[in-house]
Design a protein around this ligand. Structure first.
Ligand code: NAD
Ligand code: GDD
Length: 325
């Protein structure tokens, strides 16, 4: 039986990844600061621990693991990473998790480690035109990410690749592009646009108004979590190290995305664009490299994934109301 360690198993993607590995027959240990609040991440063994501590990293990797998945990070949507207020925490916490966990895995003789980088590491100068952003893997340099979160991701990508070059551990690096789906953060300040807009529509009256940050003409693509996990597993099984985009090529403006979610709700909703943290003007995945190297790329439509996500957030919001009554 293969053994995997999932770091960040109490989080959104980590929780889904644990489920996937279990369904493939792996023995899985999860580690996180917290348990997954939505019941995902039911690993065979779950350690509550802080991966900024090298002692914890050394302990959790004991027992022999074939694969380590390092997803633990201090992260959130635009309201968390673009305000500037969390920059020190993001860089300090995430860099320490990466430095110590990678080192502990290499020292313990782990053969293969996965690292979750982000599209936020791409240079801002290629993402100024919302209709024509460039995020092909080779366009990463000269580096100019628009956030400290992106700079930490870029540093850590390079860190992992040095361990592969100098110390022999096989490394896999993926650059995720805005992943969404059920069991993701949908309130509290760290939520990303898909969950935030679903929640705002759910909370609005029929005929009501929702607030959208920026002029709504900024563009993004969003990838459903099951396809993200599929991409991670395919990358792990391949002989390609990356870095490679794992994202959707279905780009949409944020206002059009809000209109799509309003349509799914069946409510008549007016959009009010207000000032707020925005990040880059345009971003879209470029899937040429993943298609070439893995013979696969995500294909599910945004509408399909966001319909399932809307449904799930709607259920969570109803549960909260019931608990208050
Ligand atoms: P998440 O916040 O749901 O999960 C991250 C988990 O890491 C959290 O449960 C958190 O408690 C844990 N963590 C943070 N600091 C820790 C520490 N010191 N010790 C132990 N655990 C710690 O985020 P997610 O959406 O599941 O993202 C997973 C990974 O993918 C992250 O590295 C993130 O930067 C990356 N990523 C995500 C997206 C996305 O759209 N979700 C996009 C690009 C990259
Ligand atoms: N979060 C949020 N909430 N965003 C909103 C809202 C809202 O209520 N209204 C409009 N937006 C806009 C933001 O201003 C931004 O321009 C866009 O929607 C997308 O915001 P997010 O989904 O929060 O983040 P992002 O796409 O800029 O960055 C995310 O994706 C990266 C990978 O592609 C983040 O999750 C990063 O952590 C991640 O690495």
């Amino acid at each position: 039986m293969k053994r995997a360690l999932v770091c960040g198993a109490g989080g959104f993607i980590g929780g889904h990844l644990v489920n996937r590995l279990k369904s493939e027959g792996y023995w899985v240990r999860g580690v996180d600061l917290k348990y997954n609040e939505y019941g995902n991440g039911n690993a065979d063994d779950f350690v509550i621990g802080d991966l900024t501590d090298p002692v914890v990293c050394k302990q959790v990797v004991e027992g022999g693991f074939d694969e380590v998945y390092q997803l633990a990070a201090d992260m959130g949507g635009a309201g968390y990473i673009f305000t500037g207020e969390n920059d020190a925490a993001v860089m300090h916490n995430s860099a320490l998790c990466n430095l110590h966990m990678l080192h502990a895995a290499q020292q313990a003789g782990v053969k293969k480690i996965f690292y979750s980088s982000s599209a936020c590491m791409y240079p801002e100068y290629n993402q100024l035109d919302p209709e024509n952003p460039k995020c092909s893997e080779e366009s990463a340099y000269p580096a100019a990410p628009d956030s400290e979160y992106g700079w930490e991701k870029l540093f850590s990508e390079r860190l992992y690749l040095t361990y592969q070059r100098n110390l022999g551990i096989t490394v896999k690096v993926a650059r995720f592009h805005n992943i969404f789906g059920p069991q993701g953060t949908w309130k509290g300040g760290k939520e990303k646009a898909p969950a935030a807009i679903c929640r705002k529509v759910i909370e609005a009256e029929d005929g009501g108004t929702i607030e959208i940050w920026g002029d709504g003409k900024q563009t993004r693509s969003f990838l459903y979590v099951d396809e993200c996990v599929e991409g991670v597993r395919r990358l792990m099984e391949s002989d390609f190290s990356g870095p490679v985009n794992i994202g959707s090529e279905e780009m949409i403006s944020i206002n059009d995305f809000a209109k799509m979610i309003a349509e799914i709700s069946g409510k008549k909703i007016t959009i009010k664009n207000i000032p707020g943290p925005q990040g880059v003007r345009g971003r879209n995945s470029d899937n040429a490299l993943i298609q070439e190297k893995l013979g696969w790329a995500p294909s599910q439509s945004l509408r399909e994934g966001i319909t399932k996500t809307y449904q799930w957030i709607s259920e969570q919001a109803s549960k909260e109301v019931e608990e208050l009554v």
